[in-house]
Design a protein around this ligand. Structure first.
Ligand SMILES: Cc1cc2nc3c(=O)[nH]c(=O)nc-3n(C[C@H](O)[C@H](O)[C@H](O)COP(=O)(O)OP(=O)(O)OC[C@H]3O[C@@H](n4cnc5c(N)ncnc54)[C@H](O)[C@@H]3O)c2cc1C
Length: 334
């Protein structure tokens, strides 16, 4: 969408038959909205997103910490299901005269001195550049012969999107530290609609407080991998988003990081300054993975000392507002 806004001709291939209806990412960071402001997508998102009012942390059912959000621009986090965000991006893409070609899959590539020959399920294409933004199992990454080094967490995490009435503090992001080092999160998706996600098998069953669930929109489980490709760029072919990096949902960074990759790359392509893309975005990806993993180990640990330290730090952050704001700033930065 950014490339089209800046005046490039863009062909977008999507192997699925239509848009995804999975809610996946919820939290939108200020930086993402800044990126989406010139196209008007930020305004469209803000018209229906929920402003998170704060973060509560519970030890089992007992609330032990309340941290603020929205006290300055950097700490303003907005919640919207990813399929809605994607729909606004697609509307803007169409506005700039381009479309998503659904049901067409990338199948292979060959680089030439002045471009890329691309094999698709609907014939050959020639392009000046190719961006592989095709997710964790990226075929573009495979076609470049690149590994995806890292590791997988044991077990599966679970997710449920629900409608619930009278949920406590419906605009707060709520974290529950469970026994055995497990963690559960309830995030607002829209009015009376919430995302429950847990490192345990059954997110709804693991919720230690009562939730008056009226409807379950979706339940499922997913594996978590922490991986990053060694190079984001081979000549005229680039990787962006989950094709280049993946990590746990702790910190809610994956989609935001991918958008920042894409916007950075769009500007570089338009100014013919693509050489720095790998160095800039690989470093940023590594930083975000470190941050997300630090947060995950803090809330999802079987080490009693580490958990006791996390609880103490969270309680201090609640008791000393300046410290609480500093903790949130560090989490929200980037
Ligand atoms: C349960 C869950 C919760 C999450 N929560 C958050 C959150 O709160 N905040 C956050 O920032 N992130 C979150 N994420 C991560 C976020 O969803 C991803 O980081 C984001 O979707 C990555 O976007 P992407 O476009 O890089 O990849 P994807 O969203 O995976 O999109 C890749 C697309 O490429 C298509 N494709 C694949 N192969 C081909 C091919 N050969 N040809 C054509 N098309 C192809 C796929 O069909 C897919 O539509 C969450 C993820 C999950 C699973």
């Amino acid at each position: 969408m950014e490339l089209a806004r800046l005046g490039a001709r863009v062909t977008t291939l999507e192997s699925r038959d239509g848009p995804s209806h999975l809610s996946r990412a919820v939290g939108l960071q200020p930086r993402s909205l800044e990126i989406l402001r010139p196209s008007g997508v930020a305004d469209a998102i803000l018209a229906e997103a929920i402003a998170f009012s704060g973060v509560s942390v519970h030890l089992r059912a007992e609330e032990i910490a309340r941290l603020p959000l929205g006290f300055d621009t950097a700490s303003r986090i907005w919640g919207l299901a990813q399929d809605r965000t994607e729909s606004h991006l697609e509307t803007a893409l169409t506005h700039y005269g381009e479309i998503v070609r659904y049901g067409v899959a990338f199948q292979g590539l060959q680089q030439t001195p002045d471009g890329v020959e691309i094999e698709t399920s609907d014939g050959m294409l020639h392009a000046d550049y190719l961006i592989g933004a095709d997710g964790v199992r990226s075929s573009v990454r495979a076609a470049l012969g690149l590994d995806f080094p890292g590791h997988d967490l044991p077990g599966l995490w679970s997710i449920a999107d629900v409608e619930a009435e009278n949920w406590r503090d419906p605009t707060r992001f709520q974290i529950f530290l469970l026994d055995g080092g497990d963690v559960l999160v309830v995030a607002p998706l829209e009015e009376n609609r919430f995302r429950v996600i847990s490192s345990r098998e059954d997110a709804l069953g693991a919720l230690p407080v009562k939730m008056d669930v009226r409807r379950v929109h979706r339940k499922g489980s997913f594996p978590i991998s922490i991986r990053q490709v060694q190079t984001y760029q081979r000549d005229r072919v680039f990787l962006a988003g989950d094709a280049a990096h993946c990590h746990s949902p702790v910190g809610g960074r994956g989609m935001n990081l991918g958008m920042a990759d894409a916007a950075d790359l769009a500007h570089r392509i338009m100014t013919k300054a693509t050489d720095g893309y790998h160095a800039a975005r690989h470093a940023e990806g590594a930083r975000v993975i470190r941050l997300s993993e630090r947060g995950r180990r803090m809330v999802n640990t079987t080490n009693p000392l580490r958990r006791a330290f996390a609880i103490r730090a969270l309680k201090l952050g609640t008791a000393i507002p300046a410290l609480g704001r500093a903790m949130i700033r560090q989490l929200a930065s980037g």
